[in-house]
Design a protein around this ligand. Structure first.
Ligand SMILES: NC(=O)c1ccc[n+]([C@@H]2O[C@H](COP(=O)([O-])OP(=O)(O)OC[C@H]3O[C@@H](n4cnc5c(N)ncnc54)[C@H](OP(=O)(O)O)[C@@H]3O)[C@@H](O)[C@H]2O)c1
Length: 306
């Protein structure tokens, strides 16, 4: 089968699409025939070596690329229950240092990282859900905002931010969205009550909308202290880049790290969230997908189709 791998770190040109043996599903694992695999910022950080430099990813001779997958169950390892061959599924490959990941013709995942979706699901759109949706859900758990509370979401037009806006609004949380000047309609459409352009003085603009500051923040654009300054004393801030700011004014500050969770993913898939696809490319154009994502300005995910 063909799979995207890197052998050395660098720009998009270090990405290789190589013939490799089809992986076997071990005990408790499922082999998925990949229909679609989304391209995420973590793929760029893996390929460039930023994650290894940051101490998150140990050096390896060969690294696979790709976390998000949608496809069909092709083989079941021993002791897998609840899935059948041919089922439409989505899943998350959440271990960094594997030689084969989701951007390939087949991927093997632990069964508890996989969720069934209804037959006939648009698998290209569904491939954009796992990483962004689960990160948003797990960040909202940590933020702890409830119905009627106010929540700041930075990077609200992005994947994590966009799902955070949708999930929070659906739970009755009043969302203040920070995004590009041209994104107001998009984020209001996702459920934001207030909009702050990212060029604004963030704490001042948020506090003008919500006197005293918001109850909590999900900082998906990693603006750190600026987001913290918009949170009221005793509130909460969740960062997604591992660089959570100093917990001033009694604000509960935390970093969220995504973890695969099949049952949660199944619930997200059934929650009527709006997936956003920025473009579809064949697997061998993975380097072009990296260039486009790095350039910024995408609204929705690029999806590779083997
Ligand atoms: N901790 C974890 O487990 C975890 C999991 C998933 C993702 N992440 C990280 O979370 C971050 C967001 O991921 P994503 O998938 O949502 O990326 P994404 O889809 O590229 O979205 C990021 C969004 O933030 C916007 N943005 C950049 N700077 C901003 C600013 N100062 N104010 C407001 N918006 C700004 C971007 O706009 P432009 O495109 O116009 O620049 C884009 O819309 C990435 O750094 C990713 O690596 C962490």
């Amino acid at each position: 089968m063909r799979a995207v791998i890197v052998r050395s770190f660098g720009g998009p040109d270090v990405l290789e699409v190589e013939e490799v043996p089809v992986p076997e599903a071990g005990s408790g694992q499922i082999r998925i025939r990949v229909a679609a695999a989304a391209v995420n910022p973590v793929d760029l950080q893996t390929r460039s070596g930023a994650l290894t430099a940051g101490g998150v990813l140990p050096p390896r001779e060969v690294l696979g690329i790709g976390w998000d997958v949608a496809g069909t169950v092709e083989a079941l390892g021993p002791q897998v229950t609840g899935f059948r061959r041919g089922d439409a599924v989505i899943g998350l490959s959440d271990r960094l240092a594997l030689p084969l990941k989701a951007q390939a013709e087949y991927v093997v995942l632990d069964a508890d990282a996989v969720a069934s979706v209804p037959a006939g699901t648009d698998l290209v759109a569904a491939a954009t859900l796992p990483l962004g949706g689960l990160t948003a859900a797990q960040a909202l758990d940590a933020a702890g905002a409830g119905p009627g509370d106010t929540l700041l979401v930075t990077g609200a037009a992005g994947a994590v931010g966009g799902y955070a806006v949708q999930l929070a609004a659906a739970a009755g949380v009043r969302v203040v969205a920070v995004a590009g000047a041209g994104d107001e309609e998009v984020v209001r459409d996702l459920g934001a009550e207030f909009f702050v352009p990212r060029t604004a003085d963030l704490p001042a603009a948020v506090r003008a909308a919500v006197p005293g500051g918001v109850h909590a923040a999900v900082d998906a654009a990693s603006v750190g202290m600026l987001a913290l300054d918009a949170v009221r004393g005793g509130g909460a801030l969740v960062s997604v880049l591992g660089n959570a700011p100093t917990p001033l004014r009694g604000i509960r500050v935390s970093n969220v790290w995504i973890r695969a969770d099949g049952p949660r993913l199944a619930a997200l898939a059934a929650a009527g969230l709006r997936p956003r696809v920025a473009g579809v490319l064949p697997l061998h154009e993975v380097a072009e997908a990296h260039r486009r994502l790095a350039a910024g300005g995408l609204r929705g995910r690029l999806v590779l189709v083997p």
